[in-house]
Write a protein that binds this ligand. Structure first.
Ligand code: PEP
Ligand code: MG
Length: 540
């Protein structure tokens, strides 16, 4: 709240300064009486009533300054519009103008300062882009509700990594929910209650207590190894997108960082971070995980992930346009800077370099050529790095999946990105709620592709880790083991549940489940099989 009030104060000063400058300019170019309009407007900016009403709205309604200001200006102009005196009625437009000016001053802040959110709030928005989400103090947020986006959108991934219940694709949420409403957000079954009655509240209080107890039980297993009942060790790594995630990963005893999404640090800035800035951040993360490895993924921009300072050509279909490694190869300076930062970290810590959205060998070779160039420069400059830094490919485009054994000859490891793989295999945009029904991780084609990739990677002796959201859902763990996956990278908050599922599985039983699933031809049959399997297991 204090942060919102200080934003308001700065915006008032900026608006007043702007008006006074305008007054001088108009007086000089047009005339004194015209300039006086702006003297009057400057007085409105400094009006005590306006100030106190906005502040009390921020404090009482727990809204941001923009929302409070719009409400108060609306109230002021309505009052002026109703007075009989024509001259005074005209003043309503001045007040609206002043409101716009203060809003512009608020919007002109550089977009990097943190936005305060009152503790325990539930955020309701049209869409939360990572750059905006990063500006909130998310630790204060109890839940997120957005009108756009799906379960596999980046907002959902970010929310999951922070263990915040999130509902996406809730149409009309902003008009149906008012500030001050009491909400229950059931992120597990995807249900939202607005001002629920006592019975529902009680039921959810009971559920919450049960969940807390269940989590406390899991917590007891924090030091247990990630190994199946029949003794197969399954490395369990963490997905991270910021340095603080490595702290959580460390807390949950992650075997390393299986996927570090570097985009996040880019999306919260107003310009490209320098090599030194990138190095400092990644070094902190790698230090925290040392001696365990950290898989640093090169910038995956494009598609739905955009940077305000890096405009991409408009595309009819951004997911099928320039993104990931394609985009980096077209912007070699960005690629080189990032590789330099990665390599510098590799001097002291086990760093693996991961290429996003790989389509084929040409891209791998092109990146390797740039890497070799950077390494040669480092050698000439006497900068330390690991010359054997492993280079891997994300398998997330079907073309790359079919080429796994070919790619295996030129990469050191693979990471299976099911979030994109599912969207590209099934032609269902992961961010588009209208096709969410078609985005089916249990589709027979997805399972067959996973099996094919696992066989090819295992056959070639290349480590393969699954890092898409499927990996973090304990309902899929046994099936994924049966399909041949032997390393999982999941959000830190999901590690204990997934480890629990690994510890309850045996490889022969998991293989029997996968074999049965692969014989089925539809998502609904596979879903039913998994449910039967789970029911039989919990009954035994
Ligand atoms: C994936 O596509 O599965 C993945 C892990 O990458 P991202 O979600 O960042 O696209
Ligand atoms: Mg991806």
């Amino acid at each position: 709240m204090a942060a919102e009030i200080s934003r308001f104060e700065s915006a008032l000063s900026a608006a007043e300064k702007g008006l006074l400058a305008l007054r001088e300019d108009v007086a000089r170019r047009i005339g004194q009486s015209e300039a006086d309009i702006f003297t009057a407007q400057a007085l409105v900016v400094r009006d005590n009533d306006l100030r106190t009403q906005v502040m009390s709205k921020i404090q009482q309604n727990l809204v941001n300054v923009e929302a409070a200001l719009v409400d108060v200006i609306e109230k002021f102009t309505r009052a002026f519009e109703q007075v009989p005196d024509a001259y005074l009625r005209e003043r309503a437009s001045d007040i609206r103008d002043v409101g716009r000016r203060i809003l512009a001053a608020l919007a002109a802040d550089d977009g990097t300062s943190a936005l305060h959110i009152p503790d325990g709030s539930i955020l309701v928005a049209d869409e939360l882009l990572p750059s905006a989400t990063a500006r909130f103090e998310l630790s204060q947020v109890k839940a997120l509700i957005t009108e756009r986006g799906g379960k596999f959108s980046h907002t959902s991934i970010l929310a999951r990594s922070m263990r915040i219940p999130a509902l996406t694709g809730v149409q009309g949420a902003r008009s149906k929910i008012q500030t001050g409403d009491k909400l229950i957000v059931d992120g597990m079954s995807g249900v939202l209650f607005v001002n629920p009655d006592k019975q529902i509240r009680r039921e959810y209080e009971r559920l919450e207590a049960e969940l807390t107890g269940y989590r406390a039980g899991l917590q007891k297993g924090i030091d247990l190894p990630s190994v199946t009942l029949d003794g197969t060790v399954v490395p369990l790594l963490a997905n991270a997108s910021k340095v603080s995630d490595t702290e959580a990963a460390h807390l949950y005893r992650a075997d390393g960082i299986g996927l570090y999404r570097t985009e996040f640090a880019f999306s919260i800035r107003s310009a490209f971070p320098t090599e030194e800035e990138q190095y400092q951040l990644l070094k902190c993360a790698a230090e925290r995980m040392h001696p365990r490895k950290i898989v640093l993924r090169l910038l995956d921009m494009g598609g739905d992930k955009q940077l305000p300072y890096f405009p991409l050509p408009a595309s009819r279909n951004p997911s099928l346009a320039q993104r990931g490694i394609r985009l980096l190869l077209k912007n070699q300076e960005v690629l080189k800077t990032q590789l330099r930062a990665f390599l510098r970290v590799s001097a002291d810590h086990p760093v693996w370099v991961l290429l996003p959205v790989v389509g084929g060998l040409d891209e791998v070779r092109a990146v390797r050529a740039v890497l070799a160039q950077v390494m040669a420069e480092f050698t000439a400059q006497g900068i330390a790095f690991d010359p054997h830094v492993p280079v891997g490919a994300m398998i997330e485009i079907p073309a790359a999946a079919t080429l796994t054994s070919v790619l295996a000859k030129e990469v050191d490891f693979f990471s299976l990105g099911t979030n994109d793989l599912v969207q590209y295999l099934l032609a269902a945009d992961r961010e588009d709620d209208s096709v969410a029904d078609y985005y089916q991780p249990l589709h027979p084609s997805v399972l067959r592709t996973i099996r094919f990739v696992a066989d090819a990677a295992n056959g070639a002796g290349r480590p393969l880790t699954i890092c898409g959201e499927m990996a973090g859902d304990p309902a899929y763990t046994e099936l994924l083991l049966g399909l041949g996956l032997r390393a999982f990278s999941v959000a830190p908050g999901e590690m204990l549940e997934v480890k629990n599922a690994i510890r309850m599985a045996t490889i022969p039983a998991a293989e029997a489940l996968a074999k049965a699933a692969l014989q089925l031809g539809s998502t609904s049959e596979i879903t039913a099989l998994l449910e039967q399997w789970r029911a039989a297991k919990s009954a035994s």
